[in-house]
Design a protein around this ligand. Sequence first.
Ligand SMILES: Nc1ncnc2c1ncn2[C@@H]1O[C@H](COP(=O)(O)OP(=O)(O)OP(=O)(O)O)[C@@H](O)[C@H]1O
Ligand SMILES: [Mg+2]
Length: 344
Amino acid sequence: MSFVELRNISKTYGKNRVLDRVSLTINEGEFITLLGPSGCGKSTLLRAVAGLNDIDEGGSILVGGRDITQLPPKKRNVGMVFQSYALFPNMTVYDNIAFGLKMDGLSKAEIRPLVEEMLGIIDLKGKEKRYPNQLSGGQQQRVALARSLVKRPTVLLLDEPLSALDAKIRRSLRNEIRAIQQKLNMTTIFVTHDQEEALTVSDRIFVMNHGIVEQVGSPNEIYTSPASEYVARFIGNYNVWSREQLEGLPLRGLPDQGDMFAVRPEAIRIERPDVEPSGDEIAADGTISMVSILGNVLRFEVLVSGLPVTVDVLSGQSIEHLPSGTAVRLLIPRKEWKSVQKSS
Ligand SMILES: Nc1ncnc2c1ncn2[C@@H]1O[C@H](COP(=O)(O)OP(=O)(O)OP(=O)(O)O)[C@@H](O)[C@H]1O
Ligand SMILES: [Mg+2]
């Protein structure tokens, strides 16, 4: 049975409908991510679960079978961590983590083992007497996480908790969050507009677009089989073309069906112009117009009669030295040529 259930959630500000009948279910212990561009309604949906903003008539929120739609935030037993750490600057790490338990009326003796356990989980043992300004950003965010987790919320809500951190710490902390979440089997809703982040940490991703959920799937499904032009453009560096753009190009094997197509740049092979495609490949002839080095990947832009095609190749392969202006044949396996729904 699903553990969290959002039914028909809408939210309107004036004439602006920022959530439009969103329904979704989350299993117990699952880590799901709301992924989408700025303004698509991610925070609004998350805050609705926490009770921090109300929702339009007709929607309901269930957690563990209990309808919490009308409950005030305090009674929902939901933990939330925001982008800004929002720690109490005048309290030590220990007191920040202990704060919620104290408010709940637990005694010092009851609080101590719970805080100690959390300090271990977030790996800040020995730093409990420090104040927030004596910690790095990543450490502060771990304290914010501990402060939520120590109350054993039924659901953990994370609203872009990593976006204030630099790239390296972001990557390590996202893995830590995932490990802690799995250890505690904590049902978690994570919000981000960073597709790489979503792909690495989530059990399932909900891709949002203007107040609706456009596609739901595992990271692998979302990445390899985007259902729409919108998702394809948002995830990775897909080439997205309409049939009109492709017709009349030096391209052999275009499928009969579909109006809109998406192809991952790493699914395309660059070959010499005389290499013949196999029966299950689509071939396109073009000229290299640009090569850039993205760390371990070389990114080629190939112009096929003026249409730019992005091709990614792992560094260290023999085509590395193909300069701009080289005529090439692109080979694309048919199964990598995805037909996607057109987005308006
Ligand atoms: N209190 C409010 N009053 C009016 N409009 C609001 C309010 N809060 C949010 N909105 C609007 O609702 C839409 C969704 O906002 P929301 O904060 O949920 O987006 P988001 O997906 O979290 O974006 P970001 O990635 O920038 O955080 C935006 O157009 C925003 O301007
Ligand atoms: Mg937001």
